[in-house]
Design a protein around this ligand. Structure first.
Ligand SMILES: *Cc1c(COP(=O)(O)O)cnc(C)c1O
Length: 612
């Protein structure tokens, strides 16, 4: 490695650490020395190694400049990142994209401002809405037969659509507003659907003042021609809107956890960058962790030197895995046997974006697509479909619920990124080797054999068996798949999932008002079945599907609405299959006499007896 491959901040930090200074400043461990006098401290020091402790220094070391003031080596590092990632300005954010998103809100949104956000956004966006007392206008994701979280349809990026949403919002005070202050889109979606970002920039140019692409899962768009025009900082088209991109460098690139970048490009109307600096200061600790900052600096250098190769290799590994699964699918199908399918276009797959477009009429997608060029699927995010659902959301005779496969994989030391009812998501990050991908394939085959042998539940899920022996007594994996699938089929779960976003709940109060109910002591817990008509304090977010069904301040709809039926169904399933419970944010579960009950937090009724 030549010196020119060592980026500026990392270089300065290393040079400083090598000098073995005596520090009369924080942190108190004083280069790790303080740890060595106790056994656990010594172990900790030795486990992580002395270089880490030599590099964990106070922000008062002047030769390392200032992270918070963007001066010296930190400023050089951020400036280079802006060049490499295609931004005018880049900040390294040391509390993840959760914080980067909040920084954008603090820099652009004032109380009462309208913000247009996808309902499939990350929870940090809702936190930012609450913190800034913004008024959300929601974009809805497309329903999908496979329970995959769809992208937002482009028909929602028109003046008519936005105007009508504002006009029908109970919370917007300026009903005639032609513009929203900020629009937030998740690019790519969790499941790897990438927007034609340049088209969106043009479509929204006169409809929003600022645009934020949350690219937490997609920090690499700039580094491979496959993604051209489809990422926030893409150099075309003509500059009109000021655009932000928040990226979790730690998620699919190679930084330490919490290492994120916030990129910004100016538009016609200039944003005073001081606002962005202040917003960042409001969220940053005054004691930044230097090794974390250095890891972002190094990631810039890696992407500058090897970005294309890194991506190309990861894409190659992902394509090979996709082909191997498809080949096996065909082989099993010949014998009339089930196997996993990959959610992807069925044609021969090369690294040509044309092959990865979601096109109208393609039935592999399970969603209605209106135009050729709006979305592509990212080959790096691989969704495996387990048997059970057809492309029209109807359910097949036999099925293999994905949560059982995921539990099996977990027992074999393989952790899945996301589990749906009949799908599993695997991320092919640059760190995934061919060996690791081959191992995954092997274990998926093993599952198939264990299923065929109807291997005892007791063998693979001993912990669940130990807790609920009567439920799972004498059951094998195939038996378990059968009873669970029959139950899911009986409840028509996939159509219910697809219908979740067809009718949005009524917005009763702004999200921040619902939240302030907590500190004002104006909230109570009620049983889920008693919630209709009451106003939710929290975001209700079931996994799967992983998109909030009720936002803070929204009213629980009637018991026979798709949302309530879906939530109550989950309560029922939890009772039938203990150990395989649905995960939730915003629902409190209690167990009594072996029975699960769901509770939700709602605002107290007002004096007039009306909810909120
Ligand atoms: C993970 C995630 C975030 C938050 O990122 P962190 O770096 O974990 O704070 C924001 N947005 C989306 C879409 C995410 O998936």
């Amino acid at each position: 490695m030549t010196d020119k491959n060592i980026p500026p901040f990392y270089k300065a930090l290393k040079a400083f650490a090598k000098k073995k200074n005596t520090l009369w400043s924080t942190p108190g461990h004083a280069s790790g020395v303080g740890l060595k006098s106790s056994p656990s401290g010594k172990d900790f020091y030795e486990f992580f190694g002395h270089n880490l402790f030599l590099s964990d220094i106070s922000s008062s070391v002047s030769e390392l400049g200032s992270i918070l003031e963007h001066q010296g080596p930190p400023a050089q590092a951020e400036k280079r990142a802006a060049e490499v990632f295609g931004a005018d300005t880049t900040f390294f954010v040391l509390n993840g994209t959760s914080t980067a998103n909040k920084v954008v809100f603090f820099a652009t949104v004032a109380p009462g401002d309208l913000v247009l956000v996808g309902r499939n956004c990350h929870k940090s966006i809702m936190h930012a809405i609450i913190m800034n007392e913004a008024i959300p206008i929601y974009l809805t994701p497309k329903p999908c037969s496979y329970g995959i979280i769809g992208p937002v349809g482009f028909e929602q990026f028109t003046k008519e659509s936005i105007r009508s949403k504002i006009a029908s919002s109970r919370l917007a005070t300026n009903k005639k507003a032609a513009k929203v202050q900020l629009t937030v889109l998740t690019n790519s979606t969790y499941d790897g659907i990438i927007y034609h970002a340049d088209k969106i920039k043009s479509a929204l140019a006169s409809l929003t003042r600022f645009l934020l692409f949350d690219e937490a899962w997609y920090a690499y768009g700039a580094f491979h021609p496959f993604y051209e025009h489809r990422y926030a900082m893409s150099p075309s088209p003509k500059r009109r809107l000021p655009i932000f991109a928040s990226q979790s460098t730690h998620k699919l690139l190679l930084a330490f956890s919490q290492g994120s970048m916030l990129h910004f490009r100016q538009g016609n109307e200039k944003l005073d960058l001081q606002g962005l600096i202040e917003a960042n200061l409001m969220h940053a600790s005054t004691s930044p962790f230097y090794p974390l900052f250095a890891s972002l600096d190094v990631n810039t250098q890696i992407m500058k030197d090897n970005g294309y190769d890194l991506l190309n290799k990861a894409l190659g590994t992902a394509l090979r895995f996709r082909r191997a699964v498809s080949r096996a699918y065909k082989r099993y199908a010949k014998n009339g046997e089930w196997w996993f399918r990959v959610w992807q276009p069925s044609q021969k797959m090369e690294l040509d974006p044309e092959d990865w477009k979601l096109k109208p009429g393609d039935n592999w997608i399970g969603m209605e697509i209106k135009s050729q060029d709006d979305y592509i699927l990212d080959p790096l995010k691989i969704t495996l479909l387990t048997p059970g659902v057809r492309e029209d959301a109807s359910m097949t005779e036999e099925g293999v619920p994905a949560c059982i496969v995921a539990k099996y994989l977990q027992a074999r030391g393989i952790i899945v990124e996301k589990t749906g009812f009949y799908n599993l998501l695997f991320l092919f990050a640059p760190g995934v080797s061919t060996e690791r991908s081959a191992e995954l394939l092997r274990v998926l085959h093993d599952f198939k054999w264990e299923y065929t042998d109807n291997a005892p539940v007791k063998k693979w899920f001993p912990e669940i068996y130990r807790q609920y022996p009567t439920v799972y007594q004498n059951m094998g994996l195939a038996d378990l798949c059968k009873v669970m699938h029959n139950q899911l089929k009986k409840s028509d779960i996939m159509r219910r999932c697809a219908n979740l976003y067809t009718v949005l709940p009524e917005q009763a109060v702004a999200p921040h008002k619902a939240y302030y109910g907590l500190s004002d002591g104006k909230t109570e817990y009620v049983r889920l079945q008693d919630a209709p008509g009451r106003v939710s304090v929290l975001m209700i977010l079931p996994y799967p599907p992983g998109v909030p069904v009720i936002m803070p301040g929204e009213r629980f709809p009637a018991l026979n609405s798709p949302i309530m039926e879906f939530l109550r169904l989950n309560e029922q399933l939890d009772n039938l299959f203990p150990g395989f419970e649905t995960e939730f944010h915003g629902i409190k579960k209690t167990w009594e006499n072996g029975k699960v009950t769901y509770w939700v937090s709602v605002l107290n009724k007002t004096k007039k007896g009306k909810a909120a």
